[in-house]
Write a protein that binds this ligand. Structure first.
Ligand code: PLP
Length: 491
């Protein structure tokens, strides 16, 4: 008998157990202690590249144990921890620990969820996750879709299905010969994915109408309809309106009900970008904000934001999933995926951009079971309550100005009393940079009107009331320090 092949990347059970158990122990300690460390030690790129070393590509291998230990040391000691209870930057959530176990399991079995035959059980689990996400936000059961890498991809996947559905000639003729230029409507505050979509679709920025936001940072419905009527009068062809459910800067939710009605009147595809905010629809008191969402043709949402899945996980839901198949399916001769014995086979490569696909559904599936709907209602409503507490504490403080509060996003500024000569925009920008470098708390920024603001987005199941009280104190203390620096400089 030939000896078993001994490949350099193979690990026998004993070796895997040793490296794996040790890693699991380290991860468990990391989770227990995440709140006791700074959010970041803010290491510079030069420091880190020195630490990682300048070795050329390794010629010969090392043991797995050695490599795993080095990697975990680097990551645990030199990362920015978005799982820290005082991390509120951008829209990056704390990752639920069960997601780490799910990714380990998914990588071990490694199903390719591009085709049913390559991933029998994983495909069924992904189908269930997509259904559950629809139930989570309570849209009709006809909605179906696919998991993707995140919000950008979830929006692109819907966007290209939409323009394909609304411009059926496009698949053959391309954009150039389309009769009557198609027009797409979105708000000035729509997330930047739309600029990429404008450019990559070949429709170009001129095919987009950037409708101004009203004073509540929601798309101005009157100007939207006016713009559509003007375009129609000029023989242009309105094809799609993009609404946002939870805008990135302030968390504002567009008037989806009115947008849905306008879409119906003008025969437009209604896309809702709910990447951040739409999971809040699970909370009964928030439900009204999202009225009209069920009339959407497509919805983007991000389990790696408010559902606390580790990166990456986004989801595209489409009311009529045939639109996805029409846009993305192809049948090359080298695929044997259509099987008469399995007419219900779901080949996910036909639903989106990817071909080979990882099993990102597993972590979302596990998470939805671990928390259940009630668990999410509790976590999401607590995040919202904490964001409101921050707004309230800022409005009560003589040195702070509370600016906006929607969903779990609060914006505020440091405004030193009796210092009219200080430029508040400059002060708050310097303040934000100092806070981010310092590592006690991580906030990001928003520009509201002409105000540069600090912005806290709480998608963090580890944050407590005490953290909120402490960050107010940290902001004020640091704000005083920066004010001193500015005043001393100008003397
Ligand atoms: C975060 C976000 C996106 C982009 O999502 P990624 O997962 O970062 O690609 C798009 N739209 C909105 C409203 C978002 O909040």
């Amino acid at each position: 008998m030939l000896p078993k092949r001994n490949a350099p990347v193979e690990m026998q059970g004993a070796e895997f157990r040793q490296a794996g158990y040790q890693l699991i122990d380290q991860i468990a300690d990391f989770i227990d202690n995440i709140g006791n460390k700074p959010v970041t030690t803010n290491p510079s790129s030069v420091q880190l590249s020195t630490l990682i070393g300048l070795d050329p590509l390794p010629e010969y291998g090392k043991t797995a144990n050695e490599i795993v230990n080095r990697a975990s040391g680097l990551l645990f000691n030199h990362s920015l921890f978005n799982g820290h209870p005082k991390f509120f930057g951008y829209i990056t959530s704390s990752a639920a620990p069960i997601g780490a176990l799910a990714d380990l399991l998914a990588a071990a079995v490694n199903p390719n969820v591009g085709a049913q035959i390559l991933s029998p059980v994983a495909t069924e689990i992904e189908k269930q996750v997509v259904k559950w996400l629809g139930e989570f936000i309570a849209v009709p059961a006809c909605f179906d879709g696919i998991l993707v890498s995140g919000g950008n991809m979830a929006n692109f996947t819907a966007f290209f299905a939409a323009i394909n559905a609304k411009m059926p000639e496009r698949k053959k003729e391309g954009n150039a010969r389309a009769v009557n230029r198609p027009v797409i409507y979105c708000c000035r505050s729509t997330h930047t994915w739309i600029e990429k979509a404008a450019s990559l679709s070949g429709l170009g920025a001129d095919s987009f109408r950037w409708i101004p936001a009203d004073s509540d940072n929601r798309m101005d419905i009157v100007l939207l309809e006016k713009s559509i009527r003007e375009d129609k009068a000029n023989n242009l062809r309105p094809i799609m309106i993009v609404g946002t459910a939870g805008d990135v800067s302030t968390g504002a939710v567009d008037d989806l009900k009115s947008i849905a009605a306008i879409c119906k009147r003008h025969d437009c595809w209604f896309h809702v970008d709910g990447a951040y905010g739409i999971p809040a629809a699970v909370v009964p008191e928030q439900r009204r904000l999202f009225e009209g969402m069920a009339d959407a043709d497509s919805i983007a949402l991000d389990p790696h934001k408010w559902l606390y899945a580790p990166l990456e996980a986004g989801c595209t839901l489409v009311k009529d999933p045939n639109h996805l198949v029409q846009a993305y399916s192809s049948h090359p001769v080298y695929y044997n995926f259509s099987n008469d014995a399995e007419p219900a086979a779901r080949n996910f490569y036909e639903y989106g951009f990817q071909n080979s696909r990882g099993f990102r559904a597993l972590k979302v599936w596990m998470l939805l079971q671990q928390a259940g709907r009630q668990g999410y209602i509790e976590m999401i409503s607590t995040d919202i309550r904490l964001a409101r507490l921050l707004f309230q504490l800022a409005s009560q403080h003589t040195e702070l100005q509370a600016v906006t509060q929607n969903l779990s996003i609060t914006t505020l500024r440091y405004c030193p009393p009796g210092q009219p000569e200080v430029d508040l925009n400059q002060l708050n920008e310097l303040l934000l940079n100092d806070l981010q470098r310092n590592g006690e708390v991580f906030l990001s920024n928003a520009v509201i009107g002409d105000k540069y603001c600090l912005r806290a987005c709480i998608v963090n199941f580890r944050t407590s009331e005490k953290d909120i009280e402490e960050i107010v104190e940290i902001i004020v203390r640091t704000g005083r320090k920066i004010t001193e620096i500015i005043l001393n400089k100008s003397i």
